[in-house]
Design a protein around this ligand. Structure first.
Ligand SMILES: Cc1cc2nc3c(=O)[nH]c(=O)nc-3n(C[C@H](O)[C@H](O)[C@H](O)COP(=O)(O)O)c2cc1C
Length: 157
């Protein structure tokens, strides 16, 4: 039997973070809504990631709920670091970027949320960021979940 945290079928997101005018995207599933009014989300970021380093210093980020077809970018966004891979150049070459509230985003996402950083808390090997949703846009309901990543053998758990 799988461990409890591998039994679930979590939605797959990508957080767009920035440092000056340089952007980066990760893949994240440790993402959960925690307040209805105002709408707030917790996102756990790996201390070793560029996304964490960017988020320490900036107040805003965009959370993308990836579309089911976006499994094809998960290896690059979620298994490589923006420290040694230019992920934005990779996405530009694939011609799948557009702009939303000043951030680059992946065209066919299910939804976008503009997040404002409210608070941070240590959480084991990740830091927990509490965000308030300032703007959102829903595009389509076919979001990417771990089930597709398991079927495509992108994750083994
Ligand atoms: C399916 C999946 C889920 C992930 N969930 C998270 C997560 O919730 N938080 C996190 O910080 N990293 C998560 N990661 C790992 C990051 O996406 C990964 O460390 C990435 O290389 C970080 O890139 P960066 O250094 O450019 O920020 C996940 C990766 C995958 C493939």
């Amino acid at each position: 039997m799988k461990r409890p945290w591998n039994l679930t079928n979590l939605p797959v997101y990508s957080l767009v973070t920035s440092s000056g005018d340089a952007f980066n995207m990760n893949v994240c599933t440790y993402v959960v809504p925690v307040s209805m009014v105002p709408k707030m989300y917790m996102v756990a970021l790996d201390y070793n990631s560029l996304s964490y380093e960017n988020m320490e210093k900036s107040d805003y980020a965009v959370l993308q709920l990836l579309g089911d077809e976006d499994y094809s970018v998960v290896r690059t966004l979620g298994k490589k670091s923006g420290r040694n891979t230019d992920k934005m150049a990779y996405l530009e070459r694939r011609n799948i970027l557009s702009e939303w509230h000043g951030f680059p985003v992946i065209n066919n996402c299910s939804a976008f949320m503009l997040l404002k950083k409210i608070r941070r808390m240590e959480g084991g090997d990740h830091e927990l960021f509490l965000f308030q949703v300032e703007k959102f846009q829903s595009c389509h309901p076919d979001f990417l979940s771990e089930k597709t990543l398991r079927e495509k053998k992108i994750i083994g758990t």
